[in-house]
Design a protein around this ligand. Structure first.
Ligand code: GLU
Length: 510
């Protein structure tokens, strides 16, 4: 690659960023970093009809949460600023007019009503209307109207659009880095609108090509839904005479529903209880959607999962840090076929990252939850409790249920456990265990375990019964880690106090 790598993520702020969009941003970012290139964020907001307030801020915050760093963009600025298309509006008309001048585009004056009538007429004959080579010379365009009339219409303020003049019956040969060679006959394509006088704005196609050119984009990596636009984009590069610096293209496979058929949608998420957006979203009209962040996912786990939806490293490795993804990423290993989203796998990834977190990392994440429950403890204790139980947790929010007994003595006892263990000789044995525990000075896990176990064995008492009775006293339920994890965590005094509470307050069952 001789050309400096410059890629862009070019979302339209029409709503919250779908995880498919996050994956597109991620692959662009990995590709840029892998090749020492630049990652650009361009906001494509020329469609005023579909503009949604808050969507741009949402996109930016999502990328930040994911750790996808932008080199040039609306916040960072850069050599090609501005990076928001609505702020570049005066750039585009000149290019649209250039195409009219060199015969690659033309003015069209049809009103929306006229086009609707035409569409209906075609429909009534069982046909579909397309604005193309077959019809364009029968419509009100600069291809047929005399030049002075075209001028007059423009001058008196009639609304017009500039349309691309799609060549008739030509094979466009294209290359896609993922799909290989692709060919399309132009007779299947229509004359897309490039510019609209009504809002003095370009459409996506024109703005996108002009900006990719001006911003010196080397590779366009985007979703498969843009593949049908590729012939037009190739022809636009030709029409402008920019073929020499035309970017290379890579169209990424779709993210599919967990059931396989069709594109992953918000509805699938709602139905099956998983988010399809990175962050919680509230639309200006008050509709809300779940987000991975608020649902307790770690950004590293989310990114790791997304990276593997459509790209495979060629090895069995599944856990990748961002740096490892950068080091291993290549477009050659992106698959052509859609990648099926698996909600359980997302959870699995989160659990893996949970299990690998240090006590200190866990403490930082867990402290706010502890505080919300009124528990004030040192980071050391918060992290230690979380560390003991992390293997059983998928989310940080799971930790409270898993560890609350470390911080709060039981106030009631699980009925089932009481009935099972708080009877027979168990209460008497517990009284004896209490005395053994009371005699231990070094309450470390190993020492306590050695002494208590040794004593039970020596007495020939039933180990399981005694341990479960002790668990009832210390945890109040049949759950939790090894008993000596609990005793060493809560310490001697608290251990004895909890045992006494059970002995004193609860009558054994008959
Ligand atoms: N604005 C387009 C979108 O929203 C960008 C497509 C492209 O990357 O060319 O997806």
């Amino acid at each position: 690659m001789t050309r400096p790598v410059r890629v862009r993520f070019a979302p339209s702020p029409t709503g919250p960023l779908h995880i498919g969009g996050v994956r597109t941003a991620l692959y662009n970012y990995l590709f840029a970093r892998r090749h020492g290139g630049k990652m650009i964020l361009r906001i494509e907001d020329t469609d005023s009809q579909r503009f949604v307030p808050g969507a741009e801020a949402y996109i930016i915050e999502s990328l930040k949460w994911c750790g996808i760093e932008i080199d040039e963009g609306v916040e960072q600025g850069g050599p090609h600023a501005p990076y928001r298309q609505s702020e570049r509006r005066e750039i585009y008309l000149k290019y649209a007019l250039q195409l009219v001048e060199n015969g690659w585009a033309y003015y069209a004056f049809d009103t929306a009503d006229e086009l609707n009538t035409l569409r209906k007429e075609y429909e009534s004959r069982g046909e579909t209307f397309a604005y193309n080579a077959a019809v364009r010379e029968q419509l009100a365009t600069s291809l047929v109207l005399p030049a002075d009339e075209v001028r007059a219409r423009i001058d008196r303020g009639d609304q017009w659009v500039i349309r691309f003049k799609m060549p008739a019956n030509e094979i466009v040969k294209m290359h896609d880095l993922i799909r290989g060679d692709v060919e399309v006959n132009t007779s299947t394509l229509d004359d897309k609108v490039l510019y609209k006088s009504a809002d003095a704005l370009p459409t996506y196609h024109l703005a996108n090509i002009v900006d990719d050119h001006l911003m010196e984009i080397s590779h366009v990596i985007r979703g498969e839904e843009w593949l049908p636009s590729l012939p037009l984009h190739y022809l636009l590069y030709r029409a402008f005479g920019w073929e020499d610096t035309q970017p290379e293209f890579a169209h990424l496979p779709l993210l599919l529903k967990p059931t396989g058929g069709g594109k992953l949608s918000k509805r699938d998420g709602d139905k099956m209880g998983f988010p399809v957006f990175p962050l919680f979203w509230k639309s200006p009209t008050g509709e809300t959607a779940h987000g991975y962040r608020e649902d307790g996912y770690f950004p590293e786990a989310f990114i790791n999962m997304l990276a593997l939806l459509g790209w495979n490293p060629g090895t069995e490795q599944e856990i990748f840090s961002m740096q490892e993804l950068i080091d291993n990423f290549s477009l050659e290993r992106v698959s052509k076929s859609g990648a099926r989203f698996q909600p359980d796998k997302a959870k699995w990834f989160n659990a893996q990252y949970m299990h690998h977190k240090s006590d200190a990392e866990l403490a930082a994440l867990y402290q706010p939850i502890l505080r919300a429950h009124g528990i004030e403890v040192s980071d050391e204790r918060a992290g230690r409790a979380a560390g003991i139980m992390k293997e059983r947790a998928t989310f940080i929010t799971d930790l409270w249920d898993l560890t609350s007994f470390f911080f709060i003595a039981p106030t009631e006892y699980e009925e089932k456990q009481l009935r099972k263990y708080w009877k027979g000789e168990n209460p008497a044995h517990l009284r004896e265990v209490r005395e053994v525990l009371a005699s231990i000075d070094d309450f470390s896990l190993e020492n306590t375990e050695r002494i208590v176990h040794g004593w039970i064995e020596e007495k020939g008492y039933p180990m399981g019964q005694i341990m479960n009775t002790l668990r009832l006293a210390l945890v109040g339920a049949g759950k939790g880690p090894g008993m000596y994890d609990v005793t060493s965590f809560i310490g001697k005094e608290e251990t004895l106090r909890r045992i006494d509470t059970l002995l004193e307050k609860v009558k054994p069952v008959e």
